[in-house]
Every structure is written in C-alpha cells, then in structure tokens.
Design a binder for this molecule. Structure first.
Ligand SMILES: CC(C)(COP(=O)(O)OP(=O)(O)OC[C@H]1O[C@@H](n2cnc3c(N)ncnc32)[C@H](O)[C@@H]1OP(=O)(O)O)[C@@H](O)C(=O)NCCC(=O)NCCS
Length: 184
C-alpha cells in the first residue's frame, strides 16, 4: 500500500468522536524534543528562530489532534510568540504544549520552549507561544470538537486566563474590522 492510500484508508476507518465527552488539559498534554544540529543554525551560529517556530507548530498541533481526534486541524493563528533567549547548537530543545481553551471548533494551545545543555544540565526557558487551531472536515470547513473540561482548580485557572485572552482577541479583531470598514 502506498503512503497516500494508507492516509485515505485511515480516514475512512476513524472512530466516531463523542462530542458530549469532555476532555481535561492533562488528556492531551504533550512534549516533543530534539537535539539542535548544524542544519538548525542561523548566520550567527545560534538556532534559527524559524526552526523553533516550526517545532512549536508541529508540537502544538499534536495536542489539538489528540484533544479533537479530528484527522485535520489547521493553524489559524499564532496569537503571540515570545523569544526570550537564544538556543545553541547541541542544546536539546523541548516543546511543552497543553490545551488552554476550546471553543466550538477552535482550540488554543499554550506552549513553553526549554533549551537544555544536557552535559551541564543547564535549562533555559527560550520561548512561549499561544497557537490556535481549527478542526476541519473533509471539505475543510470548521467542525465541532469535544469540550475542554478542567480536571481541577489549576486547570480551571488556565482555562479562565485563555477565555479572557479570547475575549480580548475577538474585541480587537472586531474593532479593527470596524475601523477598516469605516475607511472603505
Ligand atoms: C481557519 C479557518 C478554517 C477558519 O475558517 P472560517 O470559515 O473563517 O471559520 P469561522 O469564521 O467559521 O470560525 C471557526 C472558528 O475558528 C476561529 N477562527 C477563525 N479564524 C481565526 C483566526 N484567524 N484566529 C483565531 N481564531 C480563528 C473562530 O473564532 C471560530 O472559533 P469557534 O468555533 O471556537 O467559536 C480558515 O480561515 C482556513 O482554512 N485558514 C487557513 C488555515 C491554514 O491553511 N493554515 C496553515 C497550514 S495548517
């Protein structure tokens, strides 16, 4: 079977997802890590920021896929991306991701990136981000996902902060849209 046939077949045999069954943050939490090599360098010899951004998008998508059990989730927005410190060739970069908020079809994943010198054991928090994914059906239209149900007070606090972020984001989007429409 060629890889494309395998993908098509896999999509045909997926289980039906129970949209009434909520999932906790812990359910889909995920970490990916990789040692930085020469292919990851920028002109200064540090790790290129784009390498970190790609790792973040790939790692955070795993959380969205796990939570939604939807075969296709698309990156709708990188809400923010803070580079806090450089990573170096030879560092092991770990991308810790967890679900922060789930709307009807969209999911916000919070990301923390840690670089570690595995010889000395020194760890540095090098980046943070929030990435928003939307689950889409076979026609690439947004499709509902199971709700996020916080398992404890700690998870509840994470969800509440993300809810506030989403509210502000929507407010800013609407204001900018109105301002643009006013100009046209
Ligand atoms: C993301 C996408 C599916 C949204 O489609 P749409 O028809 O505009 O979606 P809707 O307006 O119905 O919104 C659907 C949900 O997505 C959210 N959404 C849509 N665009 C968004 C954006 N730019 N930022 C944050 N959330 C967004 C909406 O808030 C809504 O959330 P909810 O269902 O949880 O309330 C569509 O814009 C798209 O396909 N974009 C390209 C994605 C892509 O190619 N990514 C890169 C490679 S993976």
């Amino acid at each position: 079977m060629n890889p494309f046939e395998r993908i098509v077949k896999r999509y045909q045999t997926l289980p039906k997802v129970d949209l009434a069954q909520g999932r906790s943050i812990a359910y889909s939490r995920s970490t990916t890590r990789r040692m930085m090599g020469l292919q990851d360098a920028n002109a200064q010899g540090n790790v290129h920021g784009g390498v970190i951004m790609r790792m973040v998008d790939e790692a955070a998508a795993i959380v969205a896929l796990k939570h939604s059990q939807c075969p296709t989730v698309v990156t709708a927005r990188v809400e923010r991306f803070d580079f806090l410190a450089p990573a170096f060739i030879g560092d092991v970069v770990s991308v810790h991701c967890e679900m922060h908020y789930v709307g009807r079809t969209s999911m916000e994943v919070g990301v923390e990136v840690i670089a570690e010198d595995v010889i000395s054991g020194e760890k540095r928090h090098i980046a943070s981000s929030y990435v928003i994914y939307v689950a889409v059906d076979e026609n690439r239209k947004p499709t509902p996902v199971p709700p996020l149900v916080p398992a404890d007070d700690e998870e509840q606090a994470i969800v509440e902060q993300a809810r506030i972020r989403r509210m502000h984001r929507q407010k800013i989007d609407n204001e900018l849209r109105r301002a643009k429409e006013g100009k046209e």
